[in-house]
Design a binder for this molecule. Structure first.
Ligand SMILES: O=C(O)CCC(=O)C(=O)O
Length: 228
C-alpha cells in the first residue's frame, strides 16, 4: 500500500465503478450535461461515446494514495481520442488529495501495466512494464497539480500518467467523479487482466468502433451551420 503518512488515521477511500448504470441523476450528468460537448471540442471529434465512470471519495484522514497509473491500461479500447474528466464536488488541494499529472506523458508512446490503484502491484494477468516509482522520486518527473473548486473540471488524455495523495485534512472530505469519453478513432480492444465492467453486455469484438448500449453516443457535431 502507498501511504502518505505513517501512524494511525481512520479515513476511508471509496471507489465505485459504473455508477451511471445504476443512478439516473448521475447518468443524466454523464450523457446530457455539458461534459459530452466539452469532450467533442477537446477531442476534435465528430461524435462522442460515453465509455464509463468512477467515483473517488477520500474521507478526512485517508492515508491511502492513488498510485500513479494510466487509465488507458484499464480500458478495453485503443486509439487516441479518449479523455477523462475529473469533476470534484468539494474544494481540493494538494493536502486533500489533489490530482497530479506527469506533463506530456500521454505522448511517450508507452502503455504501462495497470496496478491495483493503492499500490504498485500490477493487476494479475495484465500486460506491460511496471511504471517507474514516481511516488518516491517526484523530483525526477515533471508533475503538475491544480487546486480546484466545485464547478471546475480537470481533463486529461487517457494515456496521461497521473495519481493523487491521501486526504490529510482533518475535516474536508474529497469527492470526485471521473467521466470517460471517446471520439471517432477509438476501437474496442480487450486487454488481459483489466477489471470487467459488470454492467457491460460485452458485445464488441477487437477492432470494432464503439457502439451499442455499453457505449452510447452522447454527442454529435452539428454540421447544419457549416458554410456551404
Ligand atoms: O481521484 C482519484 O484519486 C483518482 C482518479 C483517477 O485516477 C482518474 O479519474 O482517472
Amino acid at each position: 500500500m502507498l501511504f502518505d503518512e505513517p501512524g494511525k488515521a481512520d479515513g476511508r477511500f471509496l471507489l465505485d465503478t459504473g455508477v451511471a448504470a445504476r443512478h439516473k441523476p448521475f447518468n443524466r450528468i454523464c450523457v446530457h450535461g455539458a461534459a459530452p460537448e466539452i469532450a467533442g471540442a477537446l477531442l476534435e471529434s465528430e461524435r462522442i461515446n460515453f465509455f464509463g465512470d468512477q467515483i473517488f471519495i477520500k474521507e478526512p484522514g485517508t492515508r491511502e494514495r492513488t498510485a500513479f497509473h494510466q487509465d488507458a491500461s484499464y480500458f478495453d479500447i485503443e486509439g487516441d481520442q479518449c479523455c477523462v474528466m475529473w469533476i470534484p464536488v468539494d474544494p481540493v488541494t494538494a493536502q486533500t488529495g489533489g490530482m497530479m499529472y506527469v506533463r506530456g506523458s500521454h505522448r511517450q508512446g508507452q502503455l504501462y501495466a495497470p496496478n491495483v490503484f493503492v499500490s504498485h502491484t500490477p493487476l494479475p494477468g495484465s500486460e506491460g512494464e511496471r511504471l517507474p516509482n514516481i511516488e518516491d522520486h517526484p523530483n525526477d518527473f515533471d508533475i503538475v497539480q491544480f487546486d480546484v473548486e466545485p464547478g471546475d473540471i480537470l481533463v486529461h488524455h487517457y494515456k496521461t500518467i497521473h495519481g493523487a495523495g491521501g486526504n490529510l485534512s482533518r475535516y474536508q472530505v474529497r469527492r470526485a467523479a471521473s467521466l470517460r469519453y471517446c471520439g471517432d478513432d477509438i476501437r474496442f480492444k480487450a486487454r488481459p487482466g483489466t477489471p470487467r465492467q459488470l454492467h457491460h453486455s460485452n458485445q464488441l469484438q477487437d477492432g470494432e468502433p464503439l457502439s451499442g448500449p455499453d457505449f452510447p453516443i452522447v454527442w454529435r457535431r452539428d454540421r447544419s451551420q457549416d458554410a456551404a
